[in-house]
Every structure is written in C-alpha cells, then in structure tokens.
Design a protein around this ligand. Sequence first.
Ligand SMILES: NC(=O)c1ccc[n+]([C@@H]2O[C@H](COP(=O)([O-])OP(=O)(O)OC[C@H]3O[C@@H](n4cnc5c(N)ncnc54)[C@H](O)[C@@H]3O)[C@@H](O)[C@H]2O)c1
Length: 397
Amino acid sequence: MTGETMKVLVTGGAGFIGSAVVRHLVGGLGVAVVNLDKLTYAGNLDSLEPVAEKPLYRFERVDVCDGRELRRVFDEHRPDMVMHLAAESHVDRSIDGPGAFIRTNVTGTYMLFEACLDYWRRLEGEAWERFRILHVSTDEVYGSLGPVGRFDEDNPYRPNSPYAASKAAADHLVRAWHNTYGLPVIVSNCSNNYGPYQFPEKLIPLMIISGLEGKPLPVYGSGDNIRDWLYVEDHAEALWRVLNQGRIGETYLIGGRAERTNIEVVKTISALLDELLPDSPHVPHDSLISFVEDRPGHDKRYAVDDGKVRKELGWRPHEDFEANLRKTVGWYLENRAWWERVRSGGYRGERLGLGGGGLQKSADDPSCSGLQIDGDSCGNVMSRPHSGIHMRGSKLR
Ligand SMILES: NC(=O)c1ccc[n+]([C@@H]2O[C@H](COP(=O)([O-])OP(=O)(O)OC[C@H]3O[C@@H](n4cnc5c(N)ncnc54)[C@H](O)[C@@H]3O)[C@@H](O)[C@H]2O)c1
C-alpha cells in the first residue's frame, strides 16, 4: 500500500511527540491521519498548525477511555493502522496526582485495545492482514541503571514512579492482548525526547524559557542524573519505521545515544543562550542555575541500547545532541508566541512533583481524578466474548 492511500489513527496527536508524528506523516510523507486527542493541559492544536488545513488531516476530540466514541471513530474513519501515544506523561504530575495516570495510561490503553480488537475482527482480507498497532512507551518502565550498562529489549520491568508504573501496566496489557487474542501489536520504548513544541514543564524547554526570562534554572539534587536524549523528529521517523517494518509481537527500544547529566544539559543550554543572545542582561546564563530538592524516587540513570532498531530497520538519528539542542533553543527563541499561549493556559513554570499523590488529585481536570470509571466512558462496550482468536506474528518480549 502506498503512503498516499494509507490512513493512520494517531492517539495523543496534539501532544509533543504525537504532533511531531502527525507533522511527519501528513506534511512529510503524505499519509492520511486521524488525530484522536482529549486535549488535556498537554494537548495543543497550535502544534499542528503546519498540517491542520491539509485534507489528509482530521481531528477528533475524544477521550481514549470513552469506548463508544472510540468505536464510532473506528467505524467512521476505518484506519489501516494505529499509533497509540495518548498518555499522561509527566513524572512530577504523577507524583502529585497518580489517579489520572492510572485512568488514561492503563484504563485508556485497555479501552483502546478493546476497540482495536473489535474493529480488527470485523476487517477482512488485506485490511485484516495489514492492520497493526504501535504502542509507544518509555524506557522508564525498566527503572534506574547504575553507572554502566544499557537497557535492552529483554530488560526486566522495575518501574519506580507512578508514571512509569502506569506505562509498565499498559505494556503488560499490550503483551497480553497480543498473546491471548492475537492482536497485531508492536511496542516501542524510548528515552527522553526533546525538540520543538515540547510543553514548557519538561527540563529542556523549562531551562530555555527560564534562562531567556532571567529566572532561576532549577536543577534537581546535584544535577548528576543521566538521561539518554532523543530528538523528537528522529523519534517520529523511527516510530513510522517500527510501525511499517517492525515485526509484530516485538519490542523495539529507541534512543539517541546521547547520555548527558542534567547539569551538562543545563550548562549547554546556558552557553547557547549566551551565544544566541549576547546582549541579554542575563549573560552568563549559567549564573541562574540553582540546585533544588531532588524529586522523590528520582531514577539515577537511563540509557538505551537501540541496536535492534538500527540493525533490523536501518534507523539512526540524523544529527548529534549538540546540533539538535542548538536547533531546539533557536526554535524556542523564534516561537515565543507558541509557548506564551501554552503558559497562558495555566502552567506558569512552577515546581511540581513534591506532593503526596492520592486519588482525588488530578493532572488536569476533575473528570480525570481518581479511579472512577463510569459505565458510559469506561464500561466495556466491546462486550462480545473474546472468541475466535486470530494469531499473527511472534510473541512480545
Ligand atoms: N516525552 C518523552 O520524553 C517520552 C519518553 C518516552 C515515552 N514517551 C511516551 O510517548 C507518548 C507521548 O508522549 P508526549 O511527551 O508526547 O506526551 P504529552 O503529554 O506531550 O502528550 C500527550 C497527549 O495525549 C493526550 N491525552 C492525554 N490523556 C488523554 C486521554 N485520556 N484521551 C485522549 N488523549 C489524551 C493529551 O491531550 C496530549 O495531547 C506517551 O505515551 C509517553 O508515555 C514520552
């Protein structure tokens, strides 16, 4: 099937990575996309402005926990494939309010997979053969590494934060829906993403914007936590390859081979701001660095062995971390209107993630709080028994 005729349902397409995927598919490859997104605080249609007017692009404001709406979307749009990115994604928010993470990441994944199963079973011939789902997950499900070694696809699951635990639970559901019902699924687990259009609560945009405004650059603990940084546009390309060329039932780890301590990242951003804004009253920007209380349960180090995706699918990042970080800082300097609008939506750069959690707190709105699952939204509208199992491909590892 050619890119021109293919239609992909992308969940979470108004988020940071999802919008990069949608821009890549619609703008870069000419693939039709249905973007299904609830538009939480993290969803932003401004990030889709480059493709929003194209006939290949459609938007559906739908909650992944809403089974009836999911079924309507499948029946109306009849996608060839699904990329599942919708999630609550910020570790600090999961510490303050884990309920929304359980609801969207666990129940939402379950609801989506039930909808996929129902739809897939009603497909026939080539459409049935072609259908597949890519579940996008994180390397945080594997827990924390010591000073040496890297995660690979066989790593045991050891999630430490409520966010990581909710994603780990979703990954296990995916594995079970493949092994039990034969649902054609592939999983990808990636490292920390960075790049344009990232919500300003995450490390890199927060440091760029705070530095620009002469505010303190808050670094957790002593700044020696290590992350492996993946440029979001490289990631979008990798996800498309995994969806199309990856083996069903397999897991693929995607990383940037760019391990940096947080303090190294912040110092590099400060130096870039000094260079790009030589007349700023805040030069040298690294004088704004301030060390703050560490995040509870802060994983020390993540690093990903992405040998499988490179070897099997021929994927690799285009440029190195420093070149991509320079592009990212430049983007935030040139796109002030984008992040100012995001901030006017409520987030002001305040410290998150010290709070006590609990069922009543929500990452976004009261309807997301706690574990309440009402019949309409999260009831099992796919009530047919799971009979007639069709197996394709190998097992998830
Ligand atoms: N950002 C990273 O560094 C990173 C790293 C590893 C894995 N991931 C994973 O990649 C995926 C995308 O991450 P991101 O950084 O783009 O996240 P994001 O928070 O920027 O975007 C999430 C999107 O999902 C939507 N959403 C949230 N709840 C929803 C619901 N109930 N129904 C429908 N839509 C809903 C939001 O509106 C938003 O558009 C997530 O699954 C995340 O776990 C992200």
